[in-house]
Design a binder for this molecule. Structure first.
Ligand SMILES: Nc1ncnc2c1ncn2[C@@H]1O[C@H](COP(=O)(O)OP(=O)(O)OP(=O)(O)O)[C@@H](O)[C@H]1O
Length: 511
């Protein structure tokens, strides 16, 4: 009987080469996680399979235009450092310059083989330098030293090494892209972190804001409930964040709920969450803000807008720190610090019966009043400069306030407080036609009814008149009490006394 003898495919030399290339592609697949290990495995596979003396991958340093060893098998660390080639220098450099393989058949007799690493051995015969290209761009050079035992067909070897070098270049390209992206994201994260920190900074030297910060410092580390009152835009939320950031809960969640921004029928779900199927649209269970804020701080903004029904529910949570999700029966216990805020006159609401007295006392354990901007004296200037600088940076512009503009800022009433000032400074940065912003330009970005007649600011006398008017206005507001007016204007008692005398203001009129 005839027997058919098929030689095993493993014995075929082509099979072995393809097998090595396959193993190399597998090794390089994981290179986006760390290129060193993948390249080392690749170079080891080449060295072992083709009986090479050394296999080296040089990466092109775009800045220095030099080829530096990224990975090698057969070189010591010191030799790796020595083996740096300029583009065009020696066989490795020429390969990078002409983007073509360079073959040195006898390394012992060829001046192009520079042996900068001082690692040449007797057993080495030839050297091949292959450009590592990806999308026609040079990423490095693959250099190998062949021995007597290495494959005899140089052309075949060049083909295999060209495929390998191209795979290595592709891996390097992917790795570099991922690394560049990671670096960019890291820098961006740092930038936003700093921006957020800066935006949370409470700016102000006035006595009124310093006393607020004093209270914040004292109560932040306790778990007491805090009620922040004050006009809109005075920084109540900023104070709430500062309380959280200075507290022992700072690593835990800070959750905000604006009670006025959510429709009454949804507010309960927002606060306490709901079980699956609690109502038609409740496809999944959802945690409410109380649960999300567990171990952290819950900021209830515009708490004065809560309905009486929800006030009763809130009171229960505050008393017992427990509640049930909508449609649920399980009682959930939480440890939440409440900071509430309102721009309404809550005491008046209690008197009128629209706010529960018991809830008011529960919330008002530590009252903090956020002062209006017009009561912060020179903080107006401090804050304007701060916002101006911030928006200049953001919009890459340069603007500065002239003296008459700053005087006008202090004279203006700021009904929208710091938020209004902030918006005003952004408008100035975007709209002011020139670097130096004067009162005329400033008045054009303030609300129409407050715009100041430009003529007022034509001379020094005009400015003094504005100052006189401002002092009279504040004196009237303070019923002629100089010490109060001085505080409000952010000047000393002596200064106000001097100005009253200078402008011949009859204080008695206002007493
Ligand atoms: N002292 C301050 N320093 C720097 N920025 C401030 C200061 N106070 C307030 N701001 C800024 O003013 C804007 C309004 O502040 P915030 O939202 O905290 O006011 P609010 O009193 O909570 O307003 P509302 O009552 O309308 O909710 C924010 O952009 C905030 O960053």
């Amino acid at each position: 009987m005839d027997t058919i003898c098929i030689s095993p495919i493993k014995d075929c030399p082509r099979y072995q080469e393809l097998r090595v290339l396959y193993e190399i592609s597998v090794a390089l697949k994981g290179s986006e996680l760390g290129i060193e290990k993948a390249f080392e495995t690749t170079l080891s596979l080449l060295k072992r399979h083709f009986y090479m003396d050394k296999s080296i991958y040089y990466a092109l340093n775009d800045e220095s235009n030099e080829l530096e060893v990224l990975s090698s098998v057969g070189l010591s660390k010191r030799q790796e450092l020595l083996a740096t080639y300029k583009v065009g220098e020696g066989a490795t450099g020429l390969c990078a310059q002409f983007l073509e393989p360079v073959v040195i058949e006898n390394v012992h007799q060829n001046i192009l083989f520079l042996n900068k690493s001082c690692s040449l051995k007797e057993s080495e015969i030839s050297y091949l330098a292959i450009p590592a290209l990806s999308q026609n761009r040079l990423f490095g050079v693959l250099g190998v030293s062949l021995t007597q035992k290495s494959l005899s067909d140089i052309e075949e070897m060049v083909t295999i090494l060209t495929i390998t070098a191209s795979l290595m270049a592709q891996s390097q390209q992917i790795y570099q892209t991922i690394n560049d992206e990671k670096k960019r994201l890291k820098e961006e994260k740092l930038y936003y972190k700093e921006e957020i920190l800066k935006q949370n900074e409470i700016i102000g030297h006035s006595a009124v804001i310093q006393s607020v910060l004093d209270i914040v410092g004292k109560v932040a580390c306790t778990s007491s409930t805090i009620l922040i009152s004050g006009e809109t835009g005075t920084g109540k939320e900023l104070i709430a964040k500062a309380i959280h950031n200075y507290s022992l809960r700072k690593e835990k969640p800070y959750i905000k709920l604006n009670c006025a921004a959510i429709p009454e029928n949804l507010l309960e779900t927002e606060l306490f969450g709901h079980e699956r199927g609690a109502f038609t649209d409740a496809k999944e269970m959802r945690k409410g803000r109380f649960e999300l804020a567990d171990e952290g701080t819950l900021f209830l903004d515009e708490v004065g807008d809560l309905s009486l029904n929800l006030q009763a529910k809130l009171l229960r949570v505050l008393q017992e720190q427990e509640f049930e999700r909508l449609g649920g029966t399980k009682t959930i216990k939480v440890d939440v610090r409440i900071v509430a805020a309102t721009n309404r006159d809550i005491k008046e609401m209690v008197r009128q019966g629209s706010f529960r007295e018991d809830l008011f006392y529960r919330l008002n354990v530590i009252p903090i009043h956020s002062p209006s901007l017009r009561d912060r004296g020179d903080d107006i200037i401090l804050l304007s400069r701060y916002f101006l600088e911030r928006f200049c940076r953001r919009h890459a512009k340069e603007r500065s306030l002239m003296n008459d503009a700053e005087t006008l800022l202090k004279a203006y009433n700021w009904p929208g407080n710091i938020r209004e000032l902030e918006n005003c400074m952004e408008r100035i940065v975007l709209l002011a036609p020139s670097l130096h912003v004067n009162a005329h330009v400033l008045s054009s970005v303030l609300p129409a009814k407050t715009q100041v007649d430009i003529k007022v600011f034509e001379t020094k006398a005009d400015l003094e008149e504005l100052e006189r008017q401002t002092i009279i206005k504040v004196l009237k507001e303070c019923s002629g009490i100089k010490i109060h007016a001085a505080k409000k204007l952010g000047i000393s008692n002596r200064q106000i006394g001097y100005k009253i005398q200078k402008f011949e203001i009859g204080v008695e009129e206002y007493l």
